[in-house]
Ligand binder design. Structure first.
Ligand SMILES: NC(=O)c1ccc[n+]([C@@H]2O[C@H](COP(=O)([O-])OP(=O)(O)OC[C@H]3O[C@@H](n4cnc5c(N)ncnc54)[C@H](OP(=O)(O)O)[C@@H]3O)[C@@H](O)[C@H]2O)c1
Length: 279
């Protein structure tokens, strides 16, 4: 297992509270958020569907940081997910929520099922909206708290062959920015982290020939940005590309990103066919 190290910084817990909820904490960026919160003195409450992975991350948190860690096996797309989260929180002093879990069904729009599309909305949008609605009023009442959303570079443009996912990530960015404005000055920090390619199982499944940023860098940059603005794009190269993207004519960007995505989807399909036929 890769050992991730962060500087212990207990003031973070004083600033926001004792517990931090992280959705999608069983791998990738969510796992790195769990370690980053623990390193800053907060107790992570991990949410995801795979129990073994949650158990692994919780053990690592306890071993590395000597910090209590809770976990809840749950599908954030379930109709009663928010009630289960609130029940699990009980009277814990929850001071931060990180809405990180996402569903990313890449493929030609006509190849996706209705349930793929609904799941994209439920996991990427509905769940985050319900978390915001449940926790932001509590944070406001106690004059402190942090609400972090994880969007994606795909939020900046409609992306062919990733239409539902890119649109869902634009929703996340827009929601986060609007909430940042609404809660500014209330003591509650709202932030949307907008990662570029990041080294996680999700990126590995895309068979890209690019190297992503380490997930821990994304989470460190994200948490360091709390209270400093509505959103952050980790990585200088990513920031530079996005500034450029915003200046180019939309039709160029959509065509260019669509061409790249089409190839990725074709490679993924060929890979799947090869593994099914045993090539
Ligand atoms: N990696 C990148 O290049 C990249 C780039 C831009 C943005 N992002 C964003 O970063 C976030 C994390 O992605 P990642 O790259 O770390 O991917 P990942 O390693 O595949 O992790 C996704 C996490 O979401 C959880 N999850 C998925 N569906 C869920 C559900 N229905 N209920 C509960 N948990 C669920 C997964 O856990 P279980 O399977 O155990 O449920 C897993 O812990 C996502 O919001 C993604 O859009 C990633």
């Amino acid at each position: 297992m890769t050992r991730l190290r962060f500087d212990m910084n207990p003031s973070f817990r004083e600033r926001y509270g004792e517990w931090g909820i992280v959705t999608g904490a069983s791998s990738g960026i969510g796992e790195a958020f769990a370690y980053a919160l623990a390193a800053r003195g907060m107790k992570p409450l991990l949410l995801a569907r795979r129990e073994e992975e949650l158990h692994r991350v919780a053990l690592a948190v306890k071993e590395r940081y000597g910090i209590e860690c809770g976990w809840l096996v749950l599908d954030v797309a379930d109709h009663n997910f928010i009630e289960r989260v609130m029940l699990a929180c009980g009277d814990r002093d929850v001071g931060m929520v990180v809405g990180n879990a996402a569903y990313n069904p890449a493929g030609a729009f006509t190849d996706l099922s209705r349930s793929d599309l609904m799941r994209t909305l439920d996991v990427n949008n509905r769940a985050n909206l319900l978390l915001a609605h449940a926790f932001l009023p509590r944070f406001k009442k106690r004059n402190r708290g942090a609400f972090v959303l994880v969007s994606s570079v795909e939020a900046f443009t409609g992306m062919p062959y990733s239409a539902a996912y890119s649109a869902s990530k634009a929703y996340v960015l827009s929601l986060g920015e609007a909430l940042w404005g609404e809660f500014s000055g209330s003591g509650v920090d709202v932030l949307t982290v907008v990662p570029g390619p990041t080294d996680t199982p999700l990126l590995a499944s895309r068979k890209l020939k690019i190297k992503g940023m380490p997930a821990r860098d994304v989470t460190e940059i994200g948490l360091d940005h709390l209270g400093k603005g509505p959103s952050v794009v980790p990585g200088a190269l990513n920031r530079w590309s996005f500034r450029l993207l915003r200046r180019l004519p939309r039709r160029w960007i959509v065509k260019a990103t669509g061409g790249a995505m089409k190839k990725i989807v074709a490679d993924m399909r060929a890979d799947k066919n090869n593994s099914e036929t045993g090539k």
